[in-house]
Design a protein. Structure first.
Length: 89
């Protein structure tokens, strides 16, 4: 969902570095996977194609913070049922 972002704090040897990966467009999401000592953070489209990926050594990662998108409260959407719509003929 647009607005999802993940912050990764990594020990770089001479200090710490912070990386942010964010879902930049509507319909995209951020996924985090861990396998074989590597943490992978990816921005993924609706179809599952990775757009942007960051890979970090798990031993160097100090913190991984997930920030979900904020839900904006607005007026509820009304759906029209097919029964109430007039005929096009």
């Amino acid at each position: 969902m647009r607005g999802d972002r993940v912050e990764v704090v990594v020990d770089s040897g001479d200090g710490v570095r912070t990386y942010e990966i964010e879902a930049t467009k509507a319909g995209r999401r951020v996924e985090v996977t861990t396998a074989r000592g590597v943490i992978e953070v990816s921005e993924v489209t609706r179809s599952g194609t990775a757009v942007r990926t960051g890979r970090f050594m798990a031993t160097r990662v100090i913190a991984l913070v997930e920030h979900p998108a904020e839900v904006i409260a607005g007026p509820p959407r009304r759906r029209r049922s097919a029964k109430t719509q007039g005929s096009l003929l």
